[in-house]
Ligand binder design. Structure first.
Ligand code: HEC
Length: 185
């Protein structure tokens, strides 16, 4: 008898647990005036780890202007990352050298301007970040493909490509120049 009572009690308990007072996602609720159980976030809510205080880093803008200085340390790993992402996402149109003759352009897509024109050599680096984030003219945005850090890496790599077209022998460090000269002979 005790066993039967126990089984019945447990079964009952189980049943109660399956019907607890919780709302399924998007289920209506009379508790709130708008009838929704899923509540909108309070304005200004920030998820843990997602505070985006640093405007320059997240938007490429400061006081409404594109930033002139890259807001992350520029080192070799950043440039390597930039080269890798540029070659994947941008070179198809802009060409591996940034001159604007990528494969997609050869197949008929409108040609982008070369990165080596004066205007783009002088433009503040935040402009590149913006173009990647928001797109530009017929170029679509890439914000869903590359993270903020990757966008800065690509922007730094564009500067590297620009520098590569205008570098002088005097810009080559002495040790590298020796290597170059010894391979020439
Ligand atoms: C599908 C082809 C395509 C891809 C992919 C592409 N671009 Fe572009 N991009 C263009 C075209 C076309 C323009 C010119 C748009 C216009 O002026 O209407 C342009 C313009 C630009 C400009 C110049 C904006 C200016 O001020 O004139 C920059 C900088 C740039 N792209 C960077 C990038 C970077 C970085 C990537 C990769 C993350 C990228 N683009 C990927 C086609 C592309």
């Amino acid at each position: 008898v005790i066993l039967v009572a126990l089984v019945a009690a447990l079964a009952g308990c189980n049943w109660e647990m399956r019907n607890d007072a919780r709302l399924k996602p998007l289920e209506p609720s009379p508790v709130f005036d708008d009838g929704r159980s899923s509540r909108p976030l309070q304005p200004g809510t920030v998820a843990r780890g997602q505070l985006r205080e640093d405007d320059a880093f997240y938007t490429g803008m400061k006081d409404g202007q594109p930033v002139a200085e890259i807001p992350v340390p520029v080192d070799r790993p950043l440039l390597e990352l930039g080269r890798q992402k540029f070659n994947v996402y941008c070179s198809v149109c802009h060409g591996a050298d940034g001159a604007g003759g990528g494969m997609v352009v050869k197949r008929g897509f409108p040609a982008p301007p070369s990165y080596h024109i004066d205007r783009l050599r002088r433009v503040p680096i935040g402009h590149f970040f913006n173009v990647i984030t928001n797109g530009y003219g017929v170029m679509f945005p890439h914000a869903d493909r590359v993270t903020q850090r990757e966008r800065w890496a690509i922007a730094a790599y564009i500067r590297t490509l620009q520098f590569s077209q205008y570098a002088k022998p005097a810009d080559v460090p002495a040790a590298e120049m020796q290597k170059l000269q010894s391979t020439q002979q």
